[in-house]
Ligand binder design. Structure first.
Ligand code: GDP
Ligand code: MG
Length: 177
């Protein structure tokens, strides 16, 4: 698991954004280390984690950036977005407000990031289906309207986390090739 120690053909910077407590850090932890914690502390200063994957016979190093508790509106600095070729826009399917804030995050992303950035909308915590507050259809419709990829995930159950990263990285790969 984690980084392969052979040569790297590509390094892609991907940023995680979305409201606090939607599961960004746990999604990253699941992807980078296959770990999950139910009582995750607020992110402490770790800027990014990496994992190298093989995509179409090339070695692609994903450098995934996580907000260090800067989720307040407009607190994420432009340095965070600089050089990013992918973005994961995360909400919590059990918290309607986190979905209602997605247009703001998208606006901020579009203001700071490269215009060709690949974006995936992610509805996290599908293991809490009985507490669902955001219908899949609503998110799907929004994603289609805005031209975003879309997946629902559970960092806890490791559902679709890998798929979400593979979707973004493969699309970036196809754009640069
Ligand atoms: P962040 O602020 O967006 O980075 O959110 P965290 O990753 O710190 O997660 C916030 C809380 O939600 C923590 O208690 C996590 O354990 C929990 N959490 C994250 N992902 C999931 C998930 O897929 N399912 C459930 N049930 N809880 C999750
Ligand atoms: Mg966090």
């Amino acid at each position: 698991y984690g980084d392969a120690s052979q040569k790297v053909d590509y390094v892609f910077k991907v940023v995680l954004i979305g409201d606090s407590a939607v599961g960004k850090s746990q999604i990253l932890s699941r992807f980078a280390r296959n770990e999950f914690s139910l009582d995750s502390k607020a992110t402490i200063g770790v800027e990014f984690q990496t994992r190298t994957m093989v995509i179409q016979h090339k070695s692609v190093k994903a450098q995934i950036w996580d907000t260090a508790g800067q989720e307040r509106y407009r607190a994420v600095t432009s340095a965070y977005y600089r050089g990013a070729v992918g973005a994961m826009l995360v909400y919590d399917i059990t918290k309607r407000q986190t979905f209602d804030h997605i247009p703001r995050w998208l606006e901020e992303l579009r203001a700071h990031a490269d215009k060709n950035i690949v974006i995936i909308l992610i509805g996290n915590k599908t293991d809490l289906e009985e507490q669902r507050a955001v219908p899949t259809e609503d998110a799907k419709e929004f994603a289609e309207k805005e031209g975003l990829f879309f997946l629902e995930t559970s960092a806890l159950e490791a559902t679709n986390v890998e798929e979400a990263f593979v979707t973004v990285l493969t699309e970036i790969f196809n754009i640069v090739n």
